[in-house]
Design a protein around this ligand. Structure first.
Ligand SMILES: *Cc1c(COP(=O)(O)O)cnc(C)c1O
Length: 393
């Protein structure tokens, strides 16, 4: 019997992580020092992309992408309703008109067939950017998206907040790490504690395009530069210029140190998450529960292990698990049904697949430090729930 709460996700902080933070606190820099570029280099090397720009959180990362793409009020941007609202909000900050593209019922990711239908219905160039989300850690088909981007003339920003460490295979048979931007303009990550790399708060933008990197780096710190190549004039060593209206979206040195330390365990974390997923798959197979779909050739990053259950049972199962200290979570409430997005004219019925998904989904506890004993307790409790029902279904 387990008597402590089991959340749906949780960070793992090791002695090594604590050591890295303590060392940074004793160093000369708490912000704007060497740890941030160090992490950026490590992360870019890990993913295999040219540039990484570390920022204060994932939402800031999305906002900076929108700025770098020069999103203007009324520009149309397409995203998915099954995401954390920040995916859309980052573009709303600049007044973008958000279009929600319904999801694929198997992967729960933006349905690229439906995306194509939306794109086809308007002249080329109507949509400024498309922002798919690698929901739960499942990779979107970036290669197909890239082809559509070329055909219809939009920029691609992949919200990879759920998916660092995951990968997929392109049509040439090459493995592509999620967020490497081989087929995308920009990718964004979050280092919130519930995500794979926990830095307290934190985010990162990756790209292979120098022009976009320069912009996000400039906007991250007030639009101020000291780079002599970029200065319009130069009065001396003290001189800097504020060239654009930017923000303070910097992260601290000790958060960067924590992120670097966590990055070392990312591959282990993905392996462990996949192990946990396999155990759930096998244990829940005989119950009226739909387990997460995976295609050949992908490595699921398993930020979330989302199952689907009968809509009539979902709340009861959720409540039953809570009574037993298991805090499964419903992710996500479709973004277009949020009061704010409704106030902009969005409404129920807009994305029927996403709305149906929302009535069935449940994210079970999934994090690398979940013990075998804890997982078994989760499984047994789910079995108990179903065995107590008058009829199965
Ligand atoms: C967490 C998350 C974000 C936002 O990241 P923060 O660091 O919390 O600002 C954006 N998109 C998705 C899909 C997320 O899960």
């Amino acid at each position: 019997m387990i008597s402590h709460p089991i959340p749906y996700g949780h960070q793992l902080i090791t002695d090594e992580d604590i050591q890295a933070v303590v060392e940074t606190l004793k160093s000369d820099y708490l912000t704007q020092g060497p740890r941030i570029p160090e992490f950026e280099l490590q992360f870019a090397n890990y993913l295999g992309c040219n540039y990484a720009c570390m920022v204060s959180n994932g939402t800031a990362a999305l906002h900076l992408c929108a700025m770098a793409l020069d999103i203007k009020p009324g520009d149309k941007v397409i995203t998915t309703p099954i995401t954390f609202v920040a995916s859309a909000n980052g573009f709303r900050y600049l007044g973008a008109d958000i279009v929600f593209c319904d999801i694929d019922p198997k992967t729960f990711l933006m349905d690229l067939d439906k995306l194509e239908t939306i794109l086809n219905a308007s002249p080329t160039g109507t949509y400024k950017a498309v922002v798919p989300v690698d929901f739960a850690g499942y990779p979107i088909d970036e290669e197909r998206l890239h082809k559509l981007a070329q055909q219809y003339g939009f920029a691609t920003v992949i919200d990879c907040c759920h998916a660092p460490g995951g990968s997929w295979t392109d049509s040439k048979g090459e493995t592509q790490k999620i967020g490497n931007c081989k087929y995308a303009d920009l990718s964004v990550f979050s280092f919130h504690p519930v995500k794979h790399i926990a830095a307290g708060e934190g985010g990162c933008i990756t790209t292979n395009r120098k022009d976009l990197y320069d912009k996000v780096a400039l906007y991250r710190t007030h639009g101020i530069t000291k780079d002599t190549n970029l200065l319009i004039k130069n009065d001396g060593g003290w001189y800097y210029e504020m060239q654009e209206l930017g923000y303070n979206y910097r992260i601290t040195e000790f958060q960067a140190a924590l992120a670097s330390s966590q990055l070392k365990r990312l591959d282990w974390s993905i392996e462990r998450r996949n192990e946990i997923a396999k155990k759930y798959d096998e244990a829940l197979d005989k119950l009226p529960i739909l387990i997460p779909y995976r295609q050949e050739g992908i490595t699921h990053a398993f930020h979330l292990y989302v199952v689907e259950v009968h809509p009539k049972r979902r709340k009861a199962l959720y409540d039953y698990l809570r009574e037993h200290q298991i805090f499964a979570q419903v992710l996500y409430i479709p973004a277009h049904t949020m009061p704010y997005y409704k106030s902009l004219g969005h409404k129920e019925g807009e994305c029927p697949v996403a709305e149906d998904y929302y009535t069935r989904c449940l994210a079970l506890p999934m994090y690398p430090s979940l013990t075998d004993e804890e997982q078994q307790y989760v499984i047994d409790t789910i079995w108990d729930f179903y065995s107590q029902l008058p009829t199965k279904g």
